[in-house]
Structure formats: structure tokens, C-alpha cells
Design a protein around this ligand. Structure first.
Ligand code: SF4
Ligand code: SF4
Length: 369
């Protein structure tokens, strides 16, 4: 997309008195006016209008965004700031002026087909028992790269939970590319994203249902692939969408004790607009009511794991995670439940963090015999 396609949003932001400034995790984490939504959009607008050259210094600013979409919650015009910044990144990248951290990140992705630069297939096979790989399966779990990188036993528990609740038709995805390609999109590498997506369409098209624990994968596979004129014919759902109706009709063995607060992942809450569903699922298996926050649902702050920030500006991502953890602690709960492997990793990495658990772990405890 050209910068001109964002002309309306860019104009709105340029003349706005920074009404969403207070909720931008980049501006809050960096204590910087340069990275407020208003300032980033004003820079893009000046470049679009030819009043400013997209030099290295300017281009770098476009990467200071978690793509969390929180600014839109408070924008009267529902401006899509991250979309304009992605087009700006694409322009920077096409001109060869991307920051060094982005170039080396892309090199790593192209070498290994994932953002972590590791042999993801080998790690995946260590985490998932071979009996869950069923060649003729119609429904698969596409774990995404973060769930594998985390290396915890959540994938194992996911398949065991399925057995406990009588789901015998969900197999493990058996392809070799295990990242949806979202990091390429976030880098502004539209061509690279499209090429990666093409491969993924080839390996995912034989299924009827694809279940993802990562809401970012759902958004990429379902929505962003269509933006580059590709389509996966399968139904693509987040784990909570898949489990919701099943859990409703399956009595748990017990209710799980402890006080929990729910952290809404940006892609589940704001992009896929699922804020009630995970709460309903948790309410059906928890002993205590979920603690609630001011900053939740459409107003939940990003965990710091969004966008490309954690890969190319890790200290800023870390600081955003600390700020979000402070909010979660203010709920008075002892544990944080969430439904995204990226959030688990980022929030869990904060020193003196509350315990951070995946919704799957709670369900596993509730249904375990
Ligand atoms: S996104 Fe909306 S609220 Fe935020 S600066 Fe732009 S116009 Fe203002
Ligand atoms: S998407 Fe999030 S990080 Fe990016 S400008 Fe908006 S509020 Fe800030």
C-alpha cells in the first residue's frame, strides 16, 4: 500500500491534539514524544507530502510501534496507525534504508524461515508426541513459532486436554514452515511476506480446520494473506473459538483455585474482537471470579510482545512488559491468565512477574482425571 492510501488517517493525526497519547505503550515505555502515534503519523505525513526526506533517522522511528491498535480504541476517526506505519516501513525497506537491526533480523528469518533463527522443526518434534501427527487429518493445530520457541509443555497439555474432553480429531500440523510470516509483514517486507505466505497456503490448504493458540497467527492466516491476494480455504480459528462450545457442554472434574486476572492479547481482543469468550471459558472452570482491571478488553495495554519491537528493539519491549505487569499486579490477583504464546513469553520474562499461565493450563487442571 502506498502512503497515499493512508492520506485520510495521516491528515487526522497531524491535526490531532494527541488524544491517544496516554495509551501508546511505545511512548510510555520510552518516555518520548517522538514515538507517540501523533508524532509517528506526522513524520509519515511529512514524508508523504514530500516535506521531509525519509532518512535513516526518520525511517527508524517507524519501527517504534507494537501494532497493538490501542490508539484506535481512543480515536474518534478509528485511525489505523500501525497500517500507515507498515506502509512507511515498506517504503523505507524498498529504498534500502531500513535500520541495521531490521536487516539482520530479516537475514535471520530468511535463513531459518522463522524470527528466532533456530531449527524450529527440530524443537517442535521434541515438544509434540509423534502419535499426534496424523497424515490424513482434516483438523490441525498450527502452533506458530512463539509456542515452539517457549519450549514449555503447553503444546503437550493441549493435546492431552483434547483427549480429556473427547476431541479425537485434532492432529498436529506436519509441515516444515512453522511461522505464519507475520514478522515479515511487521518488518514492512511485503514481498517476502507474500512469498512466505504462498508456501504456507500450499502446506495448509489440504485441511478443513486450522486451530491456532496464537491469535496473531489467526489474523495473519485469515486476513493478511488475503491482503496479498492469497487464501487458505480452511476455517481458521483461535483456540478459544475452537474450545468455547466444547467446554460449554463438557463438565469439568473440578474448579481451579487461585485468583486470576486475564490479560487480553492485542490480536485476540482488538483485531479479532474476542474479549468475552476467554472470560466465559475461564469463568466455567475457576473457583473465584476473575479480577478485572481498568486496562482490559479493548483497553488492555500491550504486553510488549507485539509488532517487531521484541525482535529489533528488545529493551523497549521489555519496558512495555514491565508497565503492563504493573497494571496486572494492581488487580490484586496472584496469577495472570492469557491466551497467546507471545504474551506468555513476554510477560513471563519480567523480573518479579506474577505467575503467567495459558488458558490451556487452567483447563488442563480442571479436566484432568
Ligand atoms: S490515532 Fe486518532 S486520537 Fe491518535 S493521534 Fe491520530 S487522530 Fe489523534
Ligand atoms: S499501535 Fe500501539 S504502539 Fe503503535 S502507535 Fe498505536 S498505541 Fe502506539
Amino acid at each position: 500500500m502506498s502512503l497515499n492510501s493512508h492520506k485520510r488517517d495521516l491528515g487526522n493525526c497531524t491535526y490531532c491534539p494527541k488524544l491517544c497519547r496516554f495509551c501508546c505503550p511505545a511512548a510510555e515505555a520510552e518516555h518520548s514524544e517522538t514515538v507517540t502515534p501523533w508524532a509517528k503519523m506526522s513524520l509519515v505525513e511529512m514524508v508523504r507530502a514530500g516535506r521531509l526526506e525519509a532518512c535513516d533517522e526518520v525511517g527508524e522511528v517507524f519501527y517504534h510501534c507494537f501494532a497493538c491498535l490501542h490508539c484506535r480504541t481512543h480515536c474518534k476517526h478509528e485511525n489505523d496507525v500501525p497500517a500507515a506505519l507498515l506502509s512507511a516501513r515498506n517504503m523505507v525497506l524498498t529504498g534500502g534504508g531500513e535500520p541495521a537491526g531490521v536487516s539482520s533480523f530479516l537475514g535471520k528469518f530468511y535463513d531459518t524461515a522463522n524470527p528466532w533463527g533456530i531449527d524450529l522443526s527440530a524443537e517442535y518434534k521434541k515438544l509434540v508426541d509423534k502419535r499426534y501427527f496424523v497424515p490424513e487429518a482434516q483438523a490441525v493445530l498450527f502452533s506458530g513459532c512463539d509456542a515452539i520457541k517457549n519450549g514449555n509443555d503447553n503444546l503437550k497439555k493441549t493435546f492431552e486436554l483434547m483427549e480429556l474432553i473427547g476431541v479425537d480429531y485434532l492432529a498436529a500440523f506436519d509441515g516444515t514452515d512453522l511461522c505464519c510470516g507475520m514478522p515479515l509483514w511487521q518488518a514492512g517486507d511485503r514481498e517476502g511476506f507474500k512469498a512466505h505466505a504462498k508456501k504456507m497456503v500450499g502446506s495448509l490448504s489440504s485441511y478443513r480446520t486450522i486451530v491456532c493458540p496464537c491469535p496473531t497467527c489467526v489474523y495473519a492466516l485469515k486476513t493478511l494473506y488475503e491482503e496479498v491476494d492469497l487464501k487458505i480455504s480452511a476455517e481458521i480459528v483461535h483456540m478459544t473459538e475452537f474450545l468455547g462450545p466444547i467446554i460449554k457442554n463438557t463438565k469439568p472434574q473440578r474448579r481451579v483455585s487461585g485468583s486470576f486476572v486475564f490479560h487480553d492479547p492485542c490480536y485476540l481482543g482488538r483485531y479479532l474482537e474476542k474479549t468475552n469468550l476467554p472470560r466465559e471459558i475461564l469463568a466455567s472452570v475457576l473457583e473465584e471470579e476473575l479480577s478485572e482491571l481498568v486496562w482490559e478488553g479493548q483497553d488492555a495495554a500491550c504486553c510488549g510482545g507485539g509488532g517487531l519491537v521484541k525482535h529489533v528493539l528488545p529493551e523497549i519491549a521489555e519496558q512495555a512488559a514491565v508497565l503492563r505487569m504493573d497494571q496486572l499486579k494492581s488487580s490484586g490477583a496472584n496469577s495472570v491468565a492469557t491466551a497467546c504464546p507471545g504474551c506468555i513469553e513476554k510477560l513471563g520474562s519480567v523480573a518479579d512477574a506474577l505467575e503467567v499461565v495459558d488458558l490451556i493450563e487452567i483447563l488442563y487442571l480442571a479436566y484432568q482425571k
